[in-house]
Every structure is written in structure tokens, then in C-alpha cells.
Design a protein. Structure first.
Lengths: 329, 316
């Protein structure tokens, strides 16, 4: 078990190292001078151009040798310094990200967990049940092929602008201040339903299909046939199948994290939800490169931590990883 | 050894790939068997409604992409007509609030989608297969190294890395965008191919090929790959659909080419022009329906193919 987790940890450390290196290298080794390119797109006044050029050269640390630039980058990062936002000067990037993360997590965590739970349950029910199979499965295929932002747009169009059941944008009523009050919580929930649903539904489709297929596969396995031959009730056989089918689904959860994060980014934009996605869009529109780089690093750290949590959960669910046999691949 | 004849592989789309145990395939090198297998494939393919349905939907969109631009007499980005028109005889899908013809945009955008899917999915497929075969066939440090590479790229969210690359590199064409997508979305495919190669390489026929002194690349291309051809085909289809979805997200963020039109860019401009508040449904509905049609069609086709290749899965 220790070996299994240690191996995973090494992979994540290497990934983090690679991600930081990419984050450092891309502005420096892309064709063209990043500072010049930056300023050209900012349409700055000629007089401010000079000041900006020297500011950026210094901010990127171009005045020292490359190897030293790289070490400086790491040093700043380990001190939690991600630079200063250009568009919101002089707010540090870190502060902007910290303000946005709670909203993104409030969307992502429930969407991931609930879609995984509901998708697996419904998928397991659908397996080998003709009526359910013929309704849930086609719907799931449509859902899993749907771009999240489009589903968000359609939900907003039908439920917000046409029926006025839900607000069309934002995370809470603008007359309110974020606070731990009942009124704010209600407003927050009301705004949260639509973006959450867009993420939830797309992910739900994928899990339902996966579980349905896995269960059919497990019900064909020898152990299921043997149990059935012994006269075990169908319910028991299915319960065994479900536990076994869950393992590849959890591996799939780790694989799907990237797609869910991508979905959250675009869905937040549709609803102007003040999380990392909306922050990404404004950073892209303002060419706020330090902010983009900071968000990139933050997303990767988030995904790495989530992966680690899934690995630890796997140890509890799959006994083979605990005794050091195979599994958990 | 696993209890069942099949092995399941997890894919990010939720549609697991089943693989027939290689031992049950007809022996290689007998043309008669090969021909029979092919006609058997055609026989079952066109009796499988999922395959037929998926293929038909995809073909409808292929047809629109090929012939649509010939039928229309507008240009996708041209400000030609009245603004904010709902669908009419003249403007089949209505017009945008800039007076662009939505139908024209849609059919040109379909071309971009197929380009991104084919090039992006193709590159990811080639990389995934090459890395998977090499890692699976050669053990030792090459496997360890490639495995580490796969795991690292697997963990990094594709869209996050594409955002940062596209932010610095101005993407001018859909080919560039597709190449970027292809370079980042191969890892699950590599992992799947590696696992398959791993179990195939201990088979007798591979041993014999090795004893007879064939080169490694030859063994992989003539002995191992043909025994998992159905798997490779289905993998390509999933990568194709995945590339279209990622491309749409990138374009929606405004990171794709802005000089020509794509499904993601249509959603982007509809969103930015408040088509939602104006209720211009004819503007923002088609791009999503196009994506669902192509990607969903491919996925359903894939399920059909799965049943065709694996007799056990066929409906009784």
C-alpha cells in the first residue's frame, strides 16, 4: 500500500515539476519576444511603452541568465508569489485566484460527486433492464456528447430568460454582500442551480454509460455465474457486480477530472459565475499573462490533489492495493 | 488470469472499449478466413441499428459540410443581410445580430469541426499507438520512461495547457489548433494500447515471430497491431469526437482562429452578443446540435462497432 501510494506520489511530483517548467518556458521560448507581443496587443501609448517594456523585462526576469531565471521562478513560486495582475494592478495574482476558487469548488465538487453517484446508480439499474436501457442509454449518449457551455446556454435560455425560474448570471444577487446569512445562502443556491446542472448532466451521461457496460461485463464473469448457480438471489449477485464495476469507474473518475475542470471553465463563463473560468476569460481578454500562468498552475495543483484523494480512496475500496498485490493500475 | 474473455478499458468519455481476447480471432495468413471475416463484418454491421444510426447521423453532417458551402451564396463572416432575423425562406437558419447568415456559418463551421477532429484525433491516435506499442512491447527503462510521460500528460488537464499555449502562440488556423489538441490528448489511448500489447506479446505467435528473427517494428505492425485492429479503430473514433469537443471549448474561449468560423466561435459570438437575452435561438442552437450530432453519432456508432466485433455483446 505504501509502495502504491509512493509510486503515485512520485508521478504527481514529476507532473508538478513539468507543469511549472511549462509555465516558465512557454512565455520564453514561444516564437517572438513576449514583452513586445504583449505590448503590441495592449495598444499602449508610446510614452508608457518604454516604462512597460522595462517593467515586463524585469517582471519576467529577462535581465539574468536563463538558468537563473528558472531558479528565480521556482524561488518566487515557493514563496507563494505568482506575480502581479496587469489588468488589476497592483493586486497580486494569488489574491484574485483565492477570491475565485471558492465559487469554482462550489460548482465542481458537488457536480463531480453527485454525477458520479447518480450516474453509477442509474447505469447499474439500466443494465439488463430493457425499458430503462432503451431510455437512459440514448439520453446518456446525447448528454455525454454535449458541450457543457452549450447545455449551459440552453438551460439559461429556457429556464432563465424564457421561464424566469432562475437568474441568468452571477453567483448571488448584486444587492447582497457575501456573508453567512440565510438570505445570502438562498440567493447563492438560486444562482448555483443552473451552472451546476449543466456540469452535472454532461458528467452524469458518461458515468451512466460506463456503469451500465461494466455491470453487463461483470454479470457475465464466472463469479457471477457461479453465485447464480448456487442459488443466490439476483440482488446479491448484482451487488457483487456493482462493487467490482465501481473500480474501473473510479479510475475513470481520475481520467475525467480534466474534462470536468474544462467544463467548469466554460460553464462559468456562460453564467458570468465569478470563479476561475470567468477569471480566465477576463485574463485572456486583458492579456493578463501572469494571471493566466497563475490560473494554469492552480488548476494543475487542484487536479493533482484530487488525483491523490482518488488514489487514497482506491486503497480503501480495492483490498488488493492494500496487501501489495496488483490492481490500482 | 481474468475470468472473462474480454477486457474492458476505461476511456474518458465513459464509453468503455471491450477487447476480444486475441486467441479467438481466426488464424492469420489464410486469405479465405480473412475474406470471410470481412464479409461477416459487413453482414453484421448493416444489421446493427446502432452502427447504422450513428453512421447515418455522421454522414448527414458530412454531407452538410461538403455540399452546404456550395448551396449557399453568402460568405460566413460577410455582413450581408438584415440583422437578427429568425429563420426564413431566404435565411434558412436566420441571421446574427451582425447580419451574417447562420446557415452559411454553420456549414463552414462543420468543415472546421471535421478538420479538427480528423487532424487532432489522427495525431493523438498516432502518438497513442506509437507510444503504447513501444511501451508495451519493450519492457525495462523504455517502458518506465514512456509510462511516466503518459502519466504526467494524463494528469495535466488538456484545456489548461492549451489555454496557456494558445494565449502566447496566436493560433491562425484550425490545423494548428488541431495539432495542439492532438499533441495533448493521446495519453489514455497510449495507456490502453500499452495494456493490450502487454497481454499480446506473450502469445505463441509473437514468440514464433521473434524466434524467426523479425525486427521489432515488423512484429508490432504485422503481428500485434492486426490482432487489435478493431480496438484501434474504435480508439480513433473516440479521439476524433474528443478533439471536436476540446476544439469547441477552445474556440468558445476565443483562443482559436478568428478569421474563419467554427462551431465554438459561433457560440462565442452568440454569447458575447447577448443572443440569449434577445432570444435568438436560431443562432446558438445549431452549433451545439452540430457537435452533439457528430460526436454523439460517433459514440453510438462505436457501440455498434463494439457489438459487431464482440459477438458476446450482440443483442439476443
Amino acid at each position: 500500500m505504501i509502495r502504491y501510494l509512493a509510486r503515485k506520489l512520485v508521478i504527481y511530483l514529476v507532473t508538478f515539476f513539468v507543469a511549472v517548467t511549462i509555465d516558465w518556458a512557454i512565455p520564453r521560448f514561444m516564437p517572438g519576444d513576449p514583452v513586445e507581443g504583449l505590448l503590441a496587443r495592449m495598444h499602449a501609448q508610446p510614452e508608457s511603452q518604454q516604462a512597460l517594456t522595462s517593467y515586463y523585462s524585469k517582471a519576467f526576469g529577462f535581465d539574468v541568465p536563463v538558468w537563473k531565471q528558472y531558479l528565480n521562478f521556482w524561488a518566487a513560486l515557493l514563496h507563494g508569489d505568482l506575480g502581479v495582475s496587469i489588468a488589476n494592478y497592483p493586486t497580486p495574482v494569488w489574491e484574485l485566484i483565492r477570491g475565485a476558487v471558492p465559487y469554482t469548488l462550489a460548482l465542481l465538487v458537488p457536480a463531480i460527486l453527485l454525477s458520479f453517484w447518480a450516474g453509477n446508480k442509474v447505469g447499474a439499474l439500466a443494465a439488463r433492464r430493457k425499458v430503462l436501457d432503451n431510455t437512459v442509454l440514448p439520453a446518456s449518449y446525447v448528454l455525454t456528447a454535449t458541450p457543457q457551455m452549450w447545455l449551459g446556454i440552453v438551460l439559461a435560455w429556457v429556464l432563465a430568460t424564457t421561464l424566469h425560474w432562475f437568474p441568468v448570471s452571477g453567483a448571488y444577487d448584486l444587492s447582497l454582500q457575501p456573508a453567512w446569512t440565510l438570505e445570502f445562502a438562498r440567493s447563492f443556491l438560486h444562482h448555483w442551480v443552473l451552472p451546476f446542472s449543466a456540469l452535472f448532466l454532461v458528467a452524469f451521461g458518461g458515468w451512466a454509460i460506463g456503469m451500465r457496460n461494466m455491470i453487463i461485463y461483470e454479470l457475465e464473469a464466472d463469479y457471477s455465474n457461479y453465485l447464480a448457480a448456487l442459488g443466490a438471489p439476483t440482488k446479491l449477485v448484482r451487488r457483487y457486480a456493482y462493487r467490482n464495476a465501481l473500480l474501473p469507474q473510479i479510475t475513470g473518475l481520475a481520467l475525467a477530472l480534466g474534462a470536468v475542470v474544462a467544463g467548469a471553465i466554460v460553464v462559468e463563463i456562460v453564467f458570468s459565475y465569478p470563479g476561475l473560468g470567468t477569471l480566465t476569460l477576463s485574463a485572456l481578454q486583458n492579456r493578463d499573462y501572469f494571471l493566466i500562468q497563475g490560473i494554469f498552475l492552480f488548476l494543475i495543483m487542484g487536479v493533482l490533489i484530487a488525483n491523490l484523494i482518488i488514489d487514497i480512496a482506491y486503497v480503501f475500496i480495492d483490498p488488493r492495493t492494500r496487501v501489495g498485490m496488483q490492481g490500482g493500475e | 488470469m481474468a475470468a472473462s474473455q474480454h477486457e474492458l478499458e476505461v476511456t474518458p468519455t465513459g464509453t468503455p472499449l471491450t477487447v476480444e481476447a486475441p486467441g479467438s480471432l481466426p488464424p492469420k495468413g489464410e486469405p479465405v478466413a480473412g475474406k470471410r471475416a470481412r464479409s461477416e463484418f459487413v453482414y453484421f454491421a448493416f444489421r446493427n441499428w446502432k452502427f447504422v444510426l450513428g453512421l447515418s447521423v455522421v454522414l448527414v453532417f458530412v454531407g452538410l459540410a461538403i455540399f452546404g458551402p456550395m448551396v449557399t451564396d453568402h460568405k460566413p463572416l460577410e455582413f450581408s443581410g438584415p440583422t437578427d432575423q429568425s429563420p426564413s425562406h431566404e435565411y434558412w437558419f436566420g441571421t446574427t445580430s451582425f447580419g451574417q447568415d447562420v446557415f452559411t456559418q454553420f456549414v463552414f463551421a462543420l468543415r472546421a469541426a471535421f478538420l479538427v477532429g480528423a487532424v487532432g484525433g489522427g495525431i493523438a491516435w498516432l502518438l497513442g499507438a506509437a507510444i503504447g506499442f513501444t511501451a508495451g512491447y519493450r519492457s525495462g527503462w523504455i517502458d518506465d520512461l514512456l509510462n511516466m510521460l503518459t502519466n504526467v500528460v494524463l494528469v495535466i488537464p488538456t484545456l489548461a495547457i492549451l489555454i496557456i499555449v494558445a494565449a502566447y502562440l496566436n493560433v491562425h488556423s484550425y490545423t494548428t489548433e488541431a495539432i495542439l489538441i492532438g499533441l495533448t490528448s493521446w495519453p489514455w489511448a497510449a495507456r490502453a494500447v500499452r495494456a493490450q500489447t502487454f497481454s499480446l506479446k506473450t502469445r505463441d505467435f509473437v514468440d514464433i515471430a521473434r524466434l524467426s528473427g523479425r525486427r521489432t517494428t515488423q512484429i508490432i505492425t504485422t503481428e500485434i497491431a492486426p490482432n487489435m485492429s478493431s480496438y484501434l479503430l474504435m480508439m480513433f473514433i473516440l479521439l476524433f469526437g474528443g478533439a471536436i469537443l476540446i476544439g469547441a471549448s477552445l474556440d468558445f474561449l476565443g483562443l482559436g482562429p478568428s478569421t474563419s468560423v467554427s462551431l465554438g466561435l459561433m457560440m462565442n459570438s452568440a454569447y458575447l452578443s447577448s443572443a440569449l437575452l434577445l432570444g435568438s435561438w436560431w443562432w446558438f442552437l445549431p452549433p451545439g446540435i452540430g457537435i452533439i450530432g457528430i460526436v454523439g453519432g460517433f459514440y453510438v456508432m462505436n457501440v455498434g462497432l463494439d457489438e459487431i466485433f464482440n459477438p458476446k455483446l450482440r443483442e439476443k
